[in-house]
Design a protein around this ligand. Sequence first.
Ligand code: XMP
Length: 310
Amino acid sequence: MNYRAFITEQVAALRRQVGNNIAINALSGGVDSSVVTVLAHRALGPQLKTIFVDNALMRDGEPQRVVKAFRSMGIPVELIDARQTFLKALQGITDPEAKRQAITDTFYRDVFAQAVQRTRATFLLHGTILTDIEETVAGIKRQHNILAQIGIDPQQAYGYQVLEPLATLRKDGVRRVARLLGLPKSITARIPFPGPALAARIVGEVTEAKLATVRAATALVENELRNTDAFQYLAVLLNDYATGIRNGKREFGQIVVVRCIDSVDARKATVRELPWATLRRLSRRITALPGVNRCLYDLTPKPPATVEYI
Ligand code: XMP
């Protein structure tokens, strides 16, 4: 594919499709939504309203970091604080699919619908890529960002029309386009991060306390493994507890799993054989987090495991 031509065509198509109307898009800081934001900003300028929704499930400092990166490229991004709305919607939910559904519904029906009304946008731009469509249609995963493909009419369900300018590209193509658009390496080379964010890494109910733990563990893992060239690395908080000893006292503590995988496109994955010293350091740092007294390294490839835990 000629990616320069792709950019020119998509910018022209967005102008044609949106016309004099307002388009809105949600930026997550991932490469897909970042590319959509830059393409659409080129095509639509002030007719584009880009929002970043803080859903309480992001990594440490992520909302502020992403908004700042785009503002420094001259692209205004509105930061919407929806933390309490999401936390409330997730209260008491333990089933993985129900959690994903609650996040989707809260995002589209509550937070996004309000932003659409306020900005009077009639078009929603979405960073759906070809793999999302294929995996959803094949029933491998209900990707949070697929609507039309699974029979939900967004016009009827949520009141707007969806445009998906990246629907013909796979991840490597999106990265090529991102580089051509001049996006920084922190975005083009970013490791994958799931749509349901840290909620995909908490087994059981999502609470503020558990989010704080998995967020801190995630920061430790990302810091420690940043210089590996692994495809993806993450921390997961289990719903089980184990006995431990801290300061001479027995305690029933939380368990964090570290996962580090090699993969081409996340359809299959093998486990990275990390040096023992790295694992030991990770274990020591993670078990220094309040309430956590065990750290496990996940040795399971995909399949049979998936990358995420929900
Ligand atoms: P799984 O857990 O299905 O993950 O083996 C495969 C890859 O996809 C990412 N992932 C998601 N990405 N929305 C996304 O945008 C999601 O709902 C989602 N679930 C998983 C995961 O991080 C891995 O790279």
